[in-house]
Write a protein that binds this ligand. Structure first.
Ligand code: UD1
Ligand code: MG
Length: 456
């Protein structure tokens, strides 16, 4: 059976009350539509067709070449939306799986079960239903005396008896392709002035065609998102799934309820994540790390055996066995090399702290390259910005920067050099030299100058 997927994502999502298209609202760090596309991609060999309309350009930009696109303009309902995919698909598939982009928790496994149920049945369509206590405004599944599905009735059109039905339409269907394309144009106009895909059920029944159904087991998968309350519910379910995955993979989460891990994050074995920690974006964390508590890490690469305590890291790299915190801030382009340490109230931006180097207390490195085994004394600042431009600082290996040194860039400090406490360094320091004072001068020169003074 040749199968393709059509994912509906053209609706405005009025109930979200947002300028952002509903399907782009983020869940676990990714736009909602990503999840429907990923699940569909797992169960079919062809690229899913995404029906876009409201905010279509933004949706296309977000999903790129992970889907094909059909445009629905204007948006006249879910039945009308599927019709827009016809030109792309007719003659190319025996079966069409239709899902909605606002059902992000649906797993590929459930889709696969539906496809299997449909495959050998000869049904015009097979639909996925769920029995749930909260009807969520979903369409109700109406069954006939023989127990077969005879219609889906949208909540607004329900009789009081139908409103009491707790079997709901999930919005996932597998259609016989030929039947679908032939019958979509005959859908009636609803009271709301839309063409409902759900009316295909009554249509098939009226023709005496088989309508098959599969009642989904896990209610949490079928959380359709129509409001921000639903969005928060889905976020909670998705995060619980992600946390469970990492715990099963050998990661300790001391308090999963306050641990927020985005969908694309990876974590190595025997790492421990402490409470109130956010691992976001494309962050990679190695094995045997201790991360948190109270930490935010976004788009970072952290090696093995690292410790990060009460800190904020963005687009930064920490090599193996390095550590930062408490209260550290690594900004874009910061790199802590192997075995290096950044302590209390340190900040780094576009800078490297070399292997084994230490920056223990209250220091800022901006646009600085620090070599191996350097000691950056408490309160050191690279003065990298002159009000107009940023300038680089290079500190070579084995340098000792005294506490409270102001390093005025551009600046080069040679291997093994030292700066005295409180010095303001405005000129390059040669290898092995010792400078001190404001502005800093070499110690030997200073001694000479003192003796000149004495002669006078
Ligand atoms: C729909 C179903 C309902 C089901 C529920 C499950 C219909 C008529 N109703 O209701 O039976 O219980 O989903 O979540 O299908 N869309 C378009 N073009 C349109 C309209 C909608 O692409 O013209 C897309 C939306 O972007 C969304 C999906 O279709 O991804 C569903 O639309 P929505 O308005 O959320 O339908 P529901 O009222 O939730
Ligand atoms: Mg919906």
């Amino acid at each position: 059976m040749r199968l393709t997927t059509v994912i509906l994502a053209a609706g405005q999502g009025t109930r979200m009350k947002s300028t952002l298209p509903k399907v782009l609202h983020p869940l676990a760090g990714k736009p909602m539509v990503h999840y429907a596309v990923a699940a569909a991609t797992e169960v079919t060999d062809t690229l899913p067709v995404l029906v876009i309309g409201h905010g279509g350009d933004q949706v296309r930009a977000a999903m790129g070449d992970r889907a094909r696109y059909a445009v629905q303009e204007p948006q006249l309902g879910t039945g009308h939306a599927v019709r827009q995919a016809r030109d792309l698909l007719s003659g190319q598939a025996d079966a069409v799986l239709v899902t909605y982009a606002d059902m992000p928790l649906l797993t590929a496994r459930s889709l696969a079960r539906l496809i299997n149920t449909h495959a050998a049945s000869g049904a015009a369509l097979t639909l996925l239903t769920v029995v749930a206590q909260d009807p969520r405004g979903f369409g109700r599944i109406v069954r006939g005396a023989d127990g077969r599905v005879v219609a889906i009735v949208e909540e607004a059109d329900c009789t009081p008896e139908q409103l009491a039905i707790r079997e709901l339409n999930t919005g996932v269907y597998c259609f016989d392709a030929e039947w679908l394309w032939a019958n979509l144009p005959t859908l009636p106009l609803s009271r709301k002035g839309e063409y409902y895909l759900t009316d295909t059920v009554a249509l098939a029944v009226a023709q005496g065609r088989l309508v098959n159904d599969l009642c989904a087991v896990d209610e949490s998968e079928l959380l359709g998102i129509n409001t921000r309350v639903h969005l928060a519910e889905a976020e909670r379910v998705l995060r619980a799934r992600i946390n469970r995955h990492w715990m099963e993979a050998g990661v300790t989460l001391m308090d999963p309820a306050t641990t927020y891990i985005d969908a694309d994050v990876t974590i190595g074995q025997d790492t421990t994540v402490l409470p109130n920690t956010y691992l976001l974006g494309r962050t990679e964390i190695g094995a045997h790390c201790r991360i948190g508590p109270g930490t935010i890490i976004e788009d970072c690469r952290i090696g093995a055996g690292c410790t990060v305590t009460l800190s904020v890291l963005e687009q930064a790299v920490m090599e193996d066995e390095s550590n930062i915190g408490p209260f550290g801030h690594l900004r874009k382009g910061a790199r802590i090399c192997r075995g290096a340490h950044m302590g209390n109230f340190g900040e780094m931006k576009n800078s490297t702290l070399g292997p084994g180097s230490k920056m223990g207390h209250f220091s800022y490195l901006g646009d600085a390259q620090v070599g191996p085994n350097v000691n950056i004394g408490a309160g050191t600042i690279t003065c990298n910005f002159d009000g107009e431009r940023k300038h680089p600082t290079v500190i070579e290996e084995d340098v000792f920067i005294g506490s409270d040194s102001m390093l005025v860039a551009p600046l080069h400090i040679g291997r093994g050099a030292k700066t005295g406490a409180g010095s303001v360094v405005t000129h390059d320091v040669p290898a092995g030299a010792v400078v001190y004072g404001v502005p800093a001068r070499p110690r030997r020169a200073a001694v000479d100058a003192d003796s000149e003074d004495a002669k006078e």
